[in-house]
Design a binder for this molecule. Sequence first.
Ligand SMILES: [Zn+2]
Length: 150
Amino acid sequence: MNGLLPALKKAGLTTLANYNHCRVKMHHSYTFEEVAVLFGVHKNTVAGWVKKGLPCLKQRKPYLILGKELRLFLQDLRQSKKQKCKADELYCMGCKKPQKPMGLMVDYLPINDVKGRLIGLCECCERPMNRFANAGQLDDMKRHFDVSIE
Ligand SMILES: [Zn+2]
């Protein structure tokens, strides 16, 4: 508990809601330690994020996390902390809350082999809405939505 941490705590940067993904450089790769320092968290917290689905490159040590993946993950984390979507809802940026997509129709856009986005149109304001999803959850999604896979 020295160095950066007290200053970060004072600034309120150690609470989850304040992980600012904008601090992450898109085209930079980070070690767990670097991510930990960036957000004033313990290295184990970063390892926990990887367990929760943050992709990392494990070909050699130290493991590296791509900036763009870290950004997406933190945005996702922040969003899911804020307001949890129900199984048949997506987050609407227009309404700023989870809503049902029109006709329960969504498109699945893969980001990589395991992760993707669900895109739909809000039945309330007709604006685009989205939610991150794992490819492994697709069968489950299909029970709630009419899913088209792009
Ligand atoms: Zn809406």
